[in-house]
Design a protein around this ligand. Structure first.
Ligand SMILES: *Cc1c(COP(=O)(O)O)cnc(C)c1O
Length: 398
């Protein structure tokens, strides 16, 4: 039994490539090209040099002493927040733009919600001198000003999307539409383990540098290369996929993933698509989505813009359905509390998304033994979320 992708792009019943006729050849070309490119010596040399000298990898694996004492375990934090541009997304953006260049593409499009993937993509487009258009819901453009300004400074064109609820789902629809109009010269850099095959597998491989490093870093620190628990948050699933990649078939390692419960998964204000979603097709892939009985997408809600997506990628849908990964919905207030706890105990301000991973610790605590080694990925830094944190400070700290 393996949890990896099969030759048709499926993870169990999830995945596949449901694309319009006009994109068929483009997706087929990518499917044929991505593995030979990624596995080539030339790609690996360039990719790894950039990860080291430009992104600042390896990211530290930090033993969090005070948090360990609080939760009665040995807690290590994988510090993706220390990467250039402040999150794990740059690992994937660098990899995909190198694939785009090797395929002879001349123009980049991307979608973004909170703006993190847009910034990462605009960054690598500046680096590689490629024109870049980022689709972003008009509401998100308003909510995420600083990231919009950053993308513009980097030379990207930010295109506000006025359709639907004017958030990530609508931006993704518009990016796909653009791609359909320019399939020959345009490469679509998708920001998470979502979209048609081969994107989920390609993104997981490009993020797998995270678990590759965890292996040798753990070995250096504790003399064995696997933890008892791996923890991460899931939006589309890319930082979680990177965190678990080299451990996915290693049953000694328990996988615990935190999705956005919003105001509670039993309410209408939620983005807990694994917990409450049903099987459907969204953005080219068969996944669990929040939808009505007649297949209309239900608008998701989370305090965290990076987790505010009505579906989850096929890798995690399968891990959840097979019982390989435990998935815990985390509510807004639990995430906010976890953010203040990490900040006050360790002096690290995490992204709101990452706070959803941290907030699983109190829920897991009854199971944890003192010698258990827990590795938790801090997917990004919290600078972008300061306003939200301060708005809720008095309520959360009291
Ligand atoms: C985008 C983002 C996420 C969610 O995306 P995944 O693909 O699920 O990793 C999580 N954390 C941060 C900091 C992000 O920017």
């Amino acid at each position: 039994m393996s949890y990896n992708v099969d030759e048709n792009g499926y993870y169990g019943q999830f995945g596949g490539a449901y694309v319009p006729e006009i994109l068929y050849k483009t997706v087929e070309d990518l499917k044929k090209a991505y593995l030979p490119i990624i596995e080539s010596e030339e790609f690996q040399k360039e990719y790894r040099e950039l990860l080291r000298d430009y992104v600042g990898r390896p990211s530290p694996l930090y033993f969090a002493k005070r948090m360990s004492e609080r939760y009665g375990c040995q807690l290590y934090l994988k510090r993706e927040d220390l990467n250039h541009t402040g999150a794990h997304k740059i690992n994937n953006a660098i990899g995909q733009i190198l694939v785009a260049k090797k395929m002879g593409k001349k123009r980049i499009v991307a979608e973004t919600g909170a703006g993190q993937h847009g910034v990462a993509t605009a960054t690598v487009c500046a680096l590689m001198d490629m024109p870049c258009r980022v689709y972003m819901g008009a509401l998100d453009v308003e909510r995420q000003r600083p990231n919009v300004e950053r993308m513009k400074m980097l030379g990207a064109e930010v295109f506000p999307v006025q359709s639907g609820n004017k958030t990530l789902k609508d931006a993704t629809n518009e990016a796909i539409r653009d791609w359909c109009c320019h399939p020959a010269d345009t490469f679509y850099i998708i920001g998470s383990t979502v979209g048609p095959h081969p994107y989920p597998d390609m993104v997981a491989r490009l993020q797998s540098i995270i678990s590759e490093e965890i292996k040798w870093q753990l070995h250096d620190k504790i003399g064995r290369d696997y933890p008892d628990y791996l923890m991460a948050c899931i939006g589309g699933g890319s930082n979680a996929a990177g965190t678990i990649y080299h451990y996915i078939d290693d049953e000694r390692v328990r996988l615990v993933l935190g999705e956005a419960g919003g105001m509670g998964y039993e309410t209408a204000e939620t983005a807990a698509s694994l917990t409450i979603g049903t099987v459907g097709i969204l953005h080219g892939s068969r996944i669990k989505v929040m939808q009505t009985e007649d297949g209309q997408i239900v608008e998701p809600y989370s305090i965290s813009a990076g987790l505010d997506y009505p579906g989850t990628g096929p890798i995690h849908c399968n891990l959840y359905e097979q019982g390989r990964a435990k998935v815990i919905p985390i509510n807004d207030d639990e995430a906010l509390r976890a953010a203040y706890e990490l900040t006050r105990l360790e002096g690290i301000i995490p992204a709101l998304e990452s706070s959803h991973a941290l907030a699983m610790l109190p829920k897991l605590q009854p199971l944890l033994k003192k010698d258990d080694v827990v590795v938790l990925t801090v997917s990004g830094r919290g600078d972008k979320d300061l306003e939200t944190y301060l708005k809720h400070k008095d309520r959360i700290l009291n």
